[in-house]
Write a protein that binds this ligand. Structure first.
Ligand SMILES: Nc1nc2c(ncn2[C@@H]2O[C@H](COP(=O)(O)OP(=O)(O)OP(=O)(O)O)[C@@H](O)[C@H]2O)c(=O)[nH]1
Ligand SMILES: [Mg+2]
Length: 192
C-alpha cells in the first residue's frame, strides 16, 4: 500500500509547494491528525491530542518524493492570541502559491455529530473561492447512533446536494479505503 511508506517530513509556516498535496482542514479537534494516521495505517505518525489547538504549523507527511499529506492547524480555537490572523495568512499564502501543473486536493472535515459552526461556514465560503477541489468529510462516524446518523445524512443532503461526501471513522477505520482511492484518483497516482 502506497500510504504505508508515509513519514513525517517537516513543519512549516510557509507552503512547501510540492507537486501533489492533500491538505487536511477543519476545526480544532475534528480529527485531522487521526485521519492521516488511519490513511497511512500508522498510529503516532501525526500528533493526536485531546487538547485542541496543539498544531500551529503546516505538518508535511511524505508519501513519496512528490506526494504529501499536509496537516493544517485547526481553526475555531480562540484561546491563542492572534492565532486566527496567523492561520488566515498561512492559508492565503498556501492557496496563492499553487502553480500551474501542481495537484491539490482539500479534505474539509466536519464532526458528524455537530451542526456547522460559523468558522466552518466561513471556511466553506473561502474554499469556494480557491480553485481547488474540495471533498467534504464527516468524521467520528463511530459516535453516531441510528437517529444521529439519519439526522446527519439529512443535514448533509440539504447542505451539500451536489457534493461528494464521505463519512469516516479513524477509530474503526470506516470509510478510509474509499478515501484512499479518492485521494489517489485526484492525485493521478496508480494504486499499488
Ligand atoms: N471516537 C472517535 N474519536 C476520534 C476519531 N478521530 C479522532 N478522534 C479523537 O478526537 C480527538 C482529536 O483528534 P485529532 O486527530 O488530534 O484532531 P485534530 O483535528 O488533529 O485536532 P487539532 O490538531 O487540535 O486541530 C482525539 O481525542 C482523538 O482520539 C474517530 O474517528 N472516532
Ligand atoms: Mg491535529
Amino acid at each position: 500500500m502506497i500510504f504505508s511508506k508515509a513519514h513525517f517530513s517537516l513543519s512549516a509556516v510557509k507552503p512547501l509547494e510540492k507537486d501533489k498535496e492533500v491538505l487536511f482542514i477543519g476545526r480544532s479537534n475534528v480529527g485531522k491528525s487521526s485521519l492521516i494516521n488511519a490513511i497511512c495505517d500508522h498510529k503516532g505518525l501525526a500528533y493526536v491530542s485531546k487538547t485542541p489547538g496543539h498544531t500551529r504549523l503546516l505538518n508535511y507527511f511524505e508519501i513519496n518524493p512528490d506526494f504529501y499529506l499536509v496537516d493544517a492547524p485547526g481553526y475555531g480555537y480562540r484561546k491563542i492570541a492572534h492565532f486566527q490572523d496567523h492561520f488566515d495568512s498561512m492559508m492565503d499564502s498556501y492557496f496563492q502559491k499553487i502553480k500551474e501543473g501542481q495537484k491539490r486536493l482539500v479534505l474539509l472535515l466536519f464532526d458528524a455529530r455537530r451542526d456547522l459552526s460559523k468558522e466552518d461556514w466561513d471556511m466553506l465560503e473561502y474554499l469556494k473561492n480557491q480553485r481547488v477541489k474540495t471533498l467534504v468529510i464527516y468524521t467520528k462516524e463511530d459516535k453516531l447512533n441510528q437517529s444521529m446518523r439519519q439526522k446527519a445524512l439529512q443535514r448533509m443532503r440539504t447542505l451539500f446536494p451536489d457534493q461528494e461526501i464521505l463519512f469516516v471513522s479513524s477509530l474503526k477505520k470506516k470509510g478510509v479505503d474509499i478515501l484512499r482511492e479518492s485521494i489517489l484518483k485526484e492525485m493521478d497516482i496508480e494504486a499499488s
